[in-house]
Design a protein around this ligand. Structure first.
Ligand code: ADP
Length: 866
């Protein structure tokens, strides 16, 4: 993955685009507009008015002309942002007082100004500066609110801007719900194709095919409209072995076809569509740029490949991928609204809401989705995002509900309704289930990460399709003989969480097969079932469940991470549900064997008959939560998802107990969940805001350059030419350069982003033919008096406006724990280090991450991009 992503690094990313209409808009705003942003910028704004001399006008004033930041901005002295608003000084060129040729030149060139939309954007695989993005947004917002009184058109624009946040999440919710509904329907159909076809209407799954069949039984087994593959091939029912063999082979063949097709789709069209996508979405939400990861191709291919891979009966789910799919919808729709599309921090607000919608539709759990987004994936989650996520999740759930993919009147996937409450003594086995779930999670994370590492470092990684093929054959061949693994995992979980009732004895003959005990005349077991020893069928089921448990636990280790859309929620829950059900049955037998034990004697016995007071289905539900908690280390969101998933609100305490014990047990072996593990494995620059930095190092230990390294590349306030600057950006790859007053003093003036500098230089060249390589570049407000009367004389350029005048600075003795806090809390991408007021070095987010890796005895170079 690391290599793959590195391979995508494209030097062309740095090339400024030449297609912009924005100049048109900006051209209208050229006159008499000034902006001030920070307190010092306000001050600068005033100074500028004073110092707006002819001399100044002669200077080409190079500012980025994004329509976000420059157009129609008024001088808003009253409305200066508070301290900490570190917007860039972005000021449109003032029209020279005299109608000079250059003024005409500027206007006419505006239409073709290059790359203006690149201003303030980031390259692929770079980290964003949250603080900077937020201030850009504040500036943009202020522009709009200031101008709304001017005309009804601008008022409408302001209105549109205000409600666009809700509109975008509405669209995301609608699209995520629709995608999930379609994916569910297709998955159901494809899953059944492994078993047979509906010849009359091939597009129907077994359930829909048998819907109108007169001969249908509750299990659908007598439905004549649905043909198993052996029937399609005309096998006689007498030849039982032949029938079994044909159905078995067809099961494997169809699974292989589906999985290979999915693998090819991913490999050929959208390599980013593999995996669950949650680690990457989490990294993106933390402020990293991975272009194309949330694009339309990824959306399309993942939506196609997810049902195919699930239907191939591989040990994976579509729920994790649905989070990625919803995030793709979020990303795509955010481009309809420049407020979100052109601002990386604002875009992440939409993505957070989209992630909530993803879980909402994956499990039919809107509130759980919001909490999942908050607890697991989001980095920055203000109240506004919480509400919008709620709305987005609600919309998505509503759309899904309207499509009714689960085919029942409940929105939930695994609807449970137990006749028995749970008893206090059961908290002990619930805690045990929790601990086992946590241990399973820890073992799974360890094994899976090792396998994924092996995959990426060995030849195995070069043959993704072959790997998928082999895995599918093994999985299908091993799954078919076992009724619990033959069906897809969600159907298995749905079966395991059910309680045994007189009716379920018909539908689940094995799982609910207890020995018949004479029933007391005066009491009949009408709802639950009688506490009785395990029957023959249940004994078989226990063996099958035990085999399924081992098989699923092992195969999931090898499946999570193949080049297919692979979700982990359902496989983990499947393992946990089996484990829970087995423990539940064990518990039930314990109560039967020792009826007088003080722990349960009072709760369980009645005078006449002992109706089972232990519900193994509940243990399966708790087990599912425990295993999922162990793997992901979720707690609050997990419990909410679980009770939304099952409708079992009254079982919240057992679920909470299991989730807590699972987390404690898992954390005993390292507190990173599977997503964090994959983030680390793939080397994503994710600075965890939940982790504490406990070391005692100082900023000076981390800053660059180190002793013996070449000196810091800086930009001088005055003594550089356009050629020098162009050479600087050409010969270095740094994302930005500190601006200092002079080589002697090394006093810090600000920081300039490489991309903004490039855009500004390009802009300058377009503005005037007189901007030559030997044109002087000024990063000061007050440029020295210059005479530029000569036609061929190089025109000086002022680049003051693209400088960030309030970069975050720390001193060399600042403890790293404070530096890390600054990075995580403010979301900055670099901090400058000073000593006695002199600039000394720079620390970027990746430097911090490298430092943490080094302290944790990991290889710092193996986990970073660039
Ligand atoms: P990132 O760390 O995100 O890749 P850069 O590409 O800007 O960001 O920086 C790469 C490395 O170079 C970092 O270790 C950083 O400390 C250092 N660095 C950044 N800017 C400069 C600069 N102007 N001069 C010298 N070193 C720099």
């Amino acid at each position: 993955m690391l290599l793959g992503l590195r391979g995508k690094l494209n030097p062309k990313n740095n090339v400024v685009n030449n297609n912009s209409n924005q100049g048109k808009e900006n051209g209208t705003a050229f006159n008499d507009v000034t902006m001030s942003a920070t307190r010092n910028q306000h001050f600068n704004g005033k100074s500028r008015r004073k110092g707006n001399s002819d001399t100044d006008d002669e200077l080409l004033d190079m500012m980025p002309l994004t329509n976000q930041t420059t157009s129609f901005y008024q001088d808003d002295s009253e409305d200066d942002p508070l301290l900490g608003d570190r917007s860039f000084q972005v000021r449109p060129t003032q029209t020279p007082k005299s109608a000079s040729p250059s003024s005409h030149l500027i206007q006419s060139l505006d239409d073709s100004i290059a790359g203006m939309e690149d201003y303030g954007t980031y390259d692929d695989f770079h980290t964003i500066d949250w603080l900077r993005e937020m201030s850009r947004n504040r500036l943009r917002h202020r522009q709009i609110t200031h101008r709304k009184k001017e005309s009804w058109h601008l008022k409408l624009r302001a209105l549109h801007d205000a409600w666009s946040g809700w509109l975008v999440v509405l669209l995301v919710g609608l699209s995520a719900g629709t995608c999930a509904g379609i994916i569910d329907i297709v998955t159901k159909w494809l899953s059944d194709v492994k078993l047979g076809v509906c010849p009359e209407k091939f597009w129907l799954n077994k359930e829909s095919c048998c819907w109108n069949s007169e001969t249908v039984t509750p299990s659908g087994s007598n439905c004549t409209k649905w043909l198993a593959w052996s029937d399609v091939f005309g096998m006689s029912a007498q030849n039982a072995q032949g029938v079994y063999a044909v159905n078995y082979v067809m099961y494997i063949v169809v699974a292989v076809i589906l999985a290979t097709f999915a693998g090819l789709l991913v490999k050929v069209f959208a390599p980013y569509a593999c995996g669950s996508g949650i680690p990457e979405v989490k990294t993106i939400l933390s402020g990293f740029i991975i272009r194309g990861y949330l694009g339309k191709w990824t959306l399309l291919i993942k939506s196609l490949a997810a049902p195919l891979s699930v239907a191939a009966n591989l040990s994976l789910g579509k729920e994790g991928p649905l989070v990625h799919i919803a995030a793709c919808c979020g990303n795509i729709f955010s481009y309809l609204f420049p407020k979100y599309g052109k601002n990386e921090a604002k875009k992440r607000e939409v993505l957070s809401a989209a992630a909530a919608a993803g879980v909402s539709v994956a499990f039919g759990a809107p509130v759980g989705g919001v909490l999942f987004s908050l607890e697991e994936v989001s980095y920055y989650f203000p109240m506004k995002t919480l509400w919008r996520s709620f709305f987005c999740a609600l919309t998505a759930a509503f759309v899904l509900r309207s499509m009714n993919p689960y085919g029942n009147s409940h929105l939930v996937m695994f609807y449970v309704k137990y006749n028995k409450p749970w008893f206090l003594f059961e908290l002990v086995p619930f805690a045990l289930v929790g601990v086992l779930g946590g241990l399973y999670g820890a073992a799974f994370i360890h094994a899976n990460l090792r396998w994924c590492k092996f995959r990426s470092t060995s030849k195995l990684g070069k043959y993704p399709i072959l790997e998928v093929l082999v895995l599918t054959i093994i999985t299908a061949a091993a799954s078919y003989p076992n009724p619990f693994t033959k069906v897809d995992a969600s159907a298995m979980i749905a079966e395991l969480v059910q309680e045994c009732t007189p009716v379920s004895k018909l539908t689940d003959p094995n799982l609910c097969d207890y020995e018949e005990l004479p029933v007391n005349q005066t009491y009949s077991v009408s709802h639950g079932h009688q506490l009785a020893p395990v029957g023959e069928g249940l004994r078989t089921a226990i063996w099958q469940l035990a085999v399924a448990l081992i098989f699923k636990a092992v195969i999931t280790v090898f499946t999570f991470g193949v080049k297919l859309p692979t979700g982990l929620f359902i496989p983990s829950m499947g393992v946990g549900a089996i484990m829970g059900r087995l423990i539940g049955i064990g518990m039930e037998q314990l109560v039967y064997a020792y009826p007088d034990c003080v722990l349960w004697a009072s709760s369980c016995s009645t005078n006449t008959i002992r109706e089972s007071c232990v519900t193994p289905g509940l243990y399966a539900m708790v087990g599912a939560a425990a295993a999922l908690g162990g793997v992901t280390r979720m707690t609050v969101s997990l419990v909410v998802i679980m009770f939304e998933l099952t409708g079992g609100l009254q079982y919240i305490v057992p679920l909470m107990a299991a989730a807590m014990f699972s987390k404690w047990a898992g954390d005993a072996f390292g507190n990173e969940g599977i997503y964090d593990g994959h983030i680390r494995l793939n080397g994503y620059p994710f600075l965890d805001n939940k982790e504490e930095f406990t070391h005692t190092t100082l900023a000076t230990d981390v800053m660059m350059p180190r002793r013996g390294d070449p000196p810091l590349k800086v930009v001088l306030q005055e003594n550089m030419t356009v050629g020098d600057l162009e050479h600087l950006v050409k010969t270095t790859t740094y994302n930005g350069f500190p601006v200092i007053t002079s080589q002697d003093s090394y006093r810090l003036l600000g920081y300039i982003y490489r991309r903004d500098l490039m855009v500004a230089l390009e802009n300058a060249r377009h503005h005037s033919e007189n901007v030559l390589s030997n044109s002087k570049a000024y990063f000061t407000l007050h440029a020295p008096t210059l005479s530029t009367s000569g036609v061929n004389e190089p025109a000086p350029v002022r680049l003051f406006n693209v400088v960030d005048l309030s970069p975050i600075t720390v001193t060399d003795h600042t403890p790293m724990e404070i530096v890390v806090e600054i990075f995580t809390k403010l979301g900055i991408r670099q901090a400058l280090v000073t000593h006695n007021g002199r600039l000394l070095g720079i620390i970027t987010k990746k430097d911090v991450l490298r430092h943490i890796a080094r302290l944790n005895k990991q290889d710092p170079d193996s986990i970073m991009f660039n």
